[in-house]
Design a protein around this ligand. Structure first.
Ligand code: FES
Ligand SMILES: [Fe+2]
Length: 450
């Protein structure tokens, strides 16, 4: 039976693309994405409104604002923002614009401040956003009220276990329900720590000449790992590490709302669980101690998943958590139809032993850093796809791996890609979202089993 849920067209403003972006035939087991979705200027412009103005968006981790007055400057969906902890201890987000005539109030990427003074006419705001100083205030007359001219707070802000999110949409659903089952996967990362996780100071920041959605496809795509990152596997095997665990087992799951995860036994070392020659002999006992502590606190099943398994989590639209040989929080922002900025931070347990932390940071940079073994390979692959899209004679890309069959390499299925694209398509077309792959009934219908 043919279900027409994705057979819809784009209509917005005066520009009509009249083109279908996703071609899904559930009975035939086919799924294709129109490459126009990755090159079109109209789509790039419409995404701001249809995707980024509606969802919850990750803004930062509570540990980035440890002390009152700590702030981070962010630009999200083109808007300048200040993410700040006030003197009252509360984390807030304000639009980074002077309520007088618009100058940027915060002009440094990060710091600690009791007040922000605008450099243009010297209006002064405190770290809770209140306007507290206006030179020559009498000149404005009696109707002027400083109370009405504080920094404008973001429409919505909420947090989940230290991960802060904002939304430009006042009507956005509650954050906890938006996260759906993805919250449980965040727990698997956060609970690795006894005293809480923290973002290690410093940000990886780089640009790529490729559409932002290509990175969201790339992160949970285990299919590319063996070929694209061949140099890394060679390097690891030269160190004497057996790579037999790299294939087989694991799972790829839709988590609701466009979020997804792949999870599988680690084929390499993890600072909380699996010793690796890269970590050095003297770290073995500490890594084992941490693993035993986690198993004791969370039980063997969950403890195994936390320590032995890696996971690559995508929270729609643009937050990616790589819990592999280090934990990386990554986010990508479109800058053009064929360009994005990528930000990445390392997350580590607050209590982590200094030597282990240094091994973690080494893994973080060795594989995932901008100059590591993986990122330059991935950037090359993504930019190469973007160049390939200019060959307009080939209009779409197939993404049906694992759509109608169960294999022992489910980890490599393209479930996360389809999940993302279905949700993206629903947002762009203002239609209700249904994630077929999250429904056990649908799996039963095609004989896959829940
Ligand atoms: S624009 Fe900020 S004080 Fe005038
Ligand atoms: Fe990769």
């Amino acid at each position: 039976m043919f279900r027409p849920t994705s057979q819809v067209f784009f209509h917005w403003g005066v520009s009509k693309l009249n083109e279908q972006m996703i071609f899904e035939d559930r009975d035939a087991g086919t799924f294709r994405v129109n490459r126009q979705a990755l090159v079109s200027e109209e789509i790039y412009k419409a995404e701001r409104q249809k995707v980024f103005d509606r969802c919850w968006l990750y803004i930062g981790h509570e540990s980035e604002l440890d002390k009152p007055g700590d702030y981070r400057r962010r630009v999200m969906a083109g808007r300048p923002l200040i993410f700040i902890r006030g003197n009252d201890g509360e984390c807030r987000t304000f639009y980074n614009t002077c309520t007088h005539r618009g100058a940027l109030i915060c002009r440094a990427d990060q710091g600690t401040a009791k007040v922000f003074q605008c450099f243009y006419h010297a209006w002064t705001f405190d770290n809770k956003g209140a306007l507290i100083g206006v030179p020559d205030e009498e000149g404005y007359g009696e109707s002027f009220s400083k109370d009405a001219l504080g920094l404008k707070p973001i429409e919505r802000m909420d947090s989940y276990r230290g991960f802060h999110f904002i939304s430009f949409n006042p009507e956005v659903e509650d954050l906890r329900s938006y996260l759906g089952e993805a919250a449980d996967y965040l727990d698997l990362v956060i609970d690795q720590s006894e005293e809480g996780m923290r973002v290690v100071p410093g940000t990886n920041y780089y640009s790529t000449k490729a559409n932002w959605k290509l990175l969201v496809e790339n992160v949970p795509d285990a299919y590319h790992a063996a070929s694209t990152h061949e140099t890394y596997w060679q390097y690891i095997s030269d160190l004497g590490v057996q790579m037999s665990g790299a294939i087989g087992g694991g799972s790829a799951r839709a988590l609701g709302n466009g979020h997804s995860v792949i999870e599988a036994p680690a084929p390499y070392g993890r600072p909380i669980a699996i010793w690796h020659p890269l970590f050095g002999e003297d770290l073995k006992p500490e890594i084992e101690r941490v693993r035993e502590r986690i198993w004791a606190n969370h039980g063997e099943d969950r403890g195994q998943r936390m320590t032995r398994n890696i996971r690559l989590l995508v929270i729609f639209p643009n937050l990616m958590i790589n819990d592999i040989m280090a934990v990386t929080i990554r986010q990508c922002w479109p800058t053009a139809a064929d360009g994005m900025d990528v930000l990445a931070w390392e997350l580590a347990p607050r209590e982590e032993d200094a030597r282990l932390l240094s091994a973690r940071l080494d893994s973080f940079l060795t594989f995932l850093g901008p100059g590591g073994f993986a990122t330059p390979d991935d950037v090359e692959a993504l930019e190469s796809c973007q160049s390939g899209f200019a060959a307009t004679g080939v209009g779409s890309s197939p993404m049906m791996r694992g759509l109608r069959m169960k294999t022992d390499r489910e980890f490599m299925d393209e479930v996360p890609l389809r999940t993302f694209w279905r949700r993206w398509n629903a947002s762009m077309n203002d239609i209700s979202y249904e994630d077929w792959e999250v429904s056990p009934r649908q799996r039963e219908l095609v004989g896959v089993g829940a």
